[in-house]
Design a protein around this ligand. Structure first.
Ligand SMILES: O=C[C@H](O)COP(=O)(O)O
Length: 254
């Protein structure tokens, strides 16, 4: 079964109402392949989710950037999966490296969050990736396998999971992984899923790449067989995000 190309835009902790309205206008006017060819999801900060959802074209969807690990309650400052469901937000990003590294989210905590969000009916973009130090030490695969294992141990149904490989050294640095580097890790991750989940999960789960993706480098990355799309940070706040969405055509024509 063909894996539908997936392009996520992670707006991180950026934007004002006016700025985000402008970005949404650009997206709404963009000529992109149909939703049979590419799935597009943008992820504004929590406070702008209802606004963006209400203004965004119906073939694009919204995602939160995080949610609490269990049912809501006395957890000041957190937003629960139930609240996202209540607002009709279909997706959530979990385990982004900025949360793993700055907020000390462990593999187990991330795995618990993924499992809880899925159980509430959310679809999850689950992020994994190594630091520069870990890559230079030759432990890239050990690191991403351990991060994926903590998810796989808690999740049996992968149909609502997109796995995002985001090498930390490539995030916001302008230092994109080469297409060969991305393909190598995506291939190994798929092999890991084959060995540790089921062949069907390995074949159908989309593994997307994130880290300095731009209008200029997306086509070459998209051409790699195990790159099923992107999670884009900086460039998703710019008109070039439309070009990145269009790179889905590379797959269609492959
Ligand atoms: O979630 C997105 C990634 O952190 C990539 O960010 P970037 O495209 O700004 O490098």
């Amino acid at each position: 079964m063909a894996r539908k190309f997936f392009v996520g835009g992670n707006w991180k902790c950026n934007g004002t109402t006016e700025e985000l309205k402008k970005i949404v206008n650009v997206l709404n006017e963009g000529q992109v392949p149909s939703s049979d060819v590419v799935e597009v999801v943008v992820s504004p900060p929590f406070v702008y989710l209802p606004l963006v959802k209400s203004l965004l074209r119906p073939d694009f969807h919204v995602s939160a950037q995080n949610c609490w690990v269990k049912k809501g309650g006395a957890f000041t400052g957190e937003v629960s999966a139930e609240m996202l469901v209540n607002l009709g937000i279909p997706w959530v990003i979990i385990g982004h490296s900025e949360r793993r590294l700055i907020l000390n989210e462990s593999n187990e905590f991330v795995g618990d969050k993924v499992a809880y969000a899925l159980a509430q009916g959310l679809k999850v973009i689950a992020c994994v990736g190594e630091t520069l130090e870990q890559r230079e030490a030759g432990s890239t695969m050990d690191v991403v396998a351990a991060q994926t294992k903590a998810i796989a141990e808690r999740v049996s149904n992968w149909s609502d999971v997109v796995l995002a490989y985001e090498p930390v050294w490539a995030i916001g640095t302008g230092k994109v992984a080469t297409p060969a580097q991305a393909q190598e890790v995506h291939f190994e991750l798929r092999k890991w899923l084959h060995a540790n989940t089921t062949p069907e999960v390995a074949e159908t789960t989309r593994i997307i790449y994130g880290g300095s993706v731009s209008g200029a480098n997306c086509k070459e990355l998209a051409a790699k067989p195990d790159v099923d799309g992107f999670l884009v940070g900086g460039a998703s706040l710019k008109p070039e995000f439309i070009d990145i969405i269009k790179s889905a055509e590379v797959k269609k024509n492959a």
